[in-house]
Ligand binder design. Structure first.
Ligand SMILES: [Zn+2]
Ligand SMILES: [Zn+2]
Length: 217
């Protein structure tokens, strides 16, 4: 569907290359600040909130086959620390480069990406449509690559207390005396169980089990 949908030049992530022209070597630099589209980032880990400003710096270069687009996106990403769940914010800087090909060769009466012949090759290729290109897929890939898969609030974040969930970075001396007492009680219990087992062993239960095995053979 998206492939056949005409690009809308009002879409802030759609760029026009008409001004650049088709003379190879021609260059155009442009900047644009857009609102972040939905789900820009790594889902439920870290990303640029929808509507947050994304600063785009683009360099368009006319080459034989099309327009080479090189650029950088800058935005503020937000997520949470994978260890302590505190909010994490970071300055995102994502670089991208892609060639948008002229569809001319396919324009002579044929529909681009017609099933069959070159459909597989075409999947990874980007085309100019009426001199327009859509930056969104490029931007999405670049942002995901530039973001950490496991964001942390600080490199040595100690995470949360496994007992009470307290954030250990806030309280380095955090500990639970009550746990020690319970541990002591458990250890005492374990000790008495061990004694009981030893009594049973000496009572010969395992030996009688072995004897049963032998009888079956
Ligand atoms: Zn943390
Ligand atoms: Zn705790």
């Amino acid at each position: 569907m998206a492939q056949n949908a005409r690009l809308d030049h009002h879409d802030p992530l759609v760029f026009d290359t008409h001004e650049l022209g088709r003379r190879p070597g021609a260059l155009q630099r442009l900047t644009r600040t857009v609102e972040a589209p939905r789900d820009l980032g790594i889902q439920s880990v870290i990303g640029v909130p929808q509507g947050a400003p994304v600063e785009l710096e683009l360099r368009l270069e006319s080459v034989m086959e099309g327009v080479l687009v090189t650029g950088t996106a800058r935005a503020q990403a937000e997520g949470e620390c994978v260890r302590c769940l505190e909010p994490v914010g970071l300055e995102l800087e994502a670089d991208f480069q892609e060639l948008f090909s002229y569809p001319d060769a396919d324009d002579r009466g044929r529909v681009i990406a017609e099933p069959g012949d070159d459909a597989e090759d075409d999947e990874d290729r980007f085309y100019l449509e009426d001199g327009l290109f859509d930056l969104e897929p490029l931007l999405r890939d670049a942002v995901v690559l530039a973001l950490p898969m496991q964001p942390v609030c600080q490199d040595d974040c100690p995470g949360l207390c496994s007992e009470c969930g307290a954030r250990l970075a806030d309280d380095p001396d955090h500990h639970h005396d009550a746990v020690d007492i319970r541990w002591a009680a458990l250890q005492g219990l374990a000790g008495s169980l061990e004694d009981g087992e030893k009594d049973e062993m000496s009572g010969g239960a395992p030996q009688s089990a072995r004897a049963d095995e032998k009888q079956e053979k």
